[in-house]
Design a protein around this ligand. Structure first.
Ligand SMILES: NC(=O)c1ccc[n+]([C@@H]2O[C@H](COP(=O)([O-])OP(=O)(O)OC[C@H]3O[C@@H](n4cnc5c(N)ncnc54)[C@H](OP(=O)(O)O)[C@@H]3O)[C@@H](O)[C@H]2O)c1
Length: 292
């Protein structure tokens, strides 16, 4: 698979990674054996970046569910484990299944220790602040990540759900390798608000989350008229065309699509080999992607 850098001083990873969220936080949740088969299929197909988070679970009582699943899949995989980067996150809690920010330093310290235990590692490859917490000064959250890195618990640091100003502010305190924001044709804000351009210019990795639009909107892709002829021309699905469009938004972009079905894992990976021409990209740029 084609590779791109995860960020300054960090590893190169396949341009199509894997987002593991729905393996733990979708209904019905796949059986563990099936979830592990899906993770193995992603790895066998050349994925070298798996995205998870402590909060990918149903509720606070099972925090770390997704990280434990990823760890179990890696432990039973026969391929080269050392080439796989596991990216996790801290900064959200799940009381009664809700999503609530908690990026207080003391919470991040505890969350990082729990992630280390759940992943069964001594150092986390990439630890991302899941999102700024409006109740906590941003530099305090980032400062704790810097402390955890100095303590050797984190190799590389990333940010998620941030603006260019926040990335700049964090980089004044600590070396940031990557940014994870939403990017898909329904929600192209990361391009329009300059975050992708900033990552391109600064050499940071941009991890595009929900690159297919997420669990609901991706179902609408086959109905978007411009995608089918482009998909036929390249011999791939409309979903793979959308991933190729996301990858074309900048040299920093890496996609982390999720999938619970084996066929979807393989289909998404096909996008790594699809190079859309300027006319195809413009056609998709101008098409309507309705979120209604
Ligand atoms: N940092 C953040 O705040 C944040 C927020 C959201 C997501 N994320 C990360 O981004 C990852 C991906 O985002 P996402 O889960 O929201 O959505 P997504 O990747 O945009 O879409 C996933 C959905 O697309 C379907 N799908 C995937 N490939 C397909 C294909 N080739 N053909 C047809 N359907 C296909 C999957 O179906 P099946 O499941 O049925 O296979 C799944 O329902 C997450 O897993 C997570 O790691 C991060």
């Amino acid at each position: 698979m084609k590779t791109r850098t995860l960020g300054p001083g960090a590893a190169d990873v396949g341009v199509v990674g894997y987002g593991a969220w729905p393996l733990s936080d979708s209904s019905p949740r796949p059986a563990e054996a099936e979830a592990i088969r899906v993770l193995h299929a992603a790895l066998d197909g050349g994925v070298t970046l798996i995205d998870t988070a402590d909060a990918y679970c149903f509720h606070e009582g099972e925090v770390g569910h997704n990280e434990r699943l990823v760890a179990k899949a890696l432990a039973s995989w026969v391929g080269p484990r050392e080439h796989v980067i596991v990216a996790t996150k801290g900064g959200f809690v799940r009381p009664d299944g809700q999503w609530v920010e908690n990026a207080r330093p003391e919470h991040l310290r505890r969350a990082c220790d729990r992630s280390l235990a759940a992943l069964g590692v001594e150092r986390i490859d990439l630890y991302q602040l899941h999102g700024p917490d409006p109740q906590v000064p941003f530099d305090e959250s980032v400062g704790m990540l810097a402390d955890l890195q100095r303590a050797g618990k984190i190799h590389w640091l990333g940010l998620s759900n941030v603006s260019v100003e926040q990335i700049r502010a964090a980089r004044a305190q600590v070396e940031v390798v990557s940014v994870q924001n939403r990017l898909n044709p329904f929600f192209p804000e990361a391009v329009r608000d300059g975050v992708v351009g900033y990552c391109d210019a600064e050499g940071l990795g941009f991890l595009a989350f929900s690159p297919l639009g997420g669990g609901r909107l991706n179902l609408k892709l086959p109905e978007v008229p411009v995608l089918a002829p482009i998909a036929r021309r390249h011999g791939v699905s409309p979903h793979a065309v959308v991933l190729a469009w996301v990858l074309a938004q900048g040299p920093s972009v890496i996609v982390i699509p999720a999938a619970r079905k084996l066929a979807h894992v393989a289909d998404s990976q096909a996008s790594a080999g699809v190079l859309l021409d300027d006319e195809e990209l413009a056609t998709i740029d101008q098409a309507e992607f309705s979120i209604a």
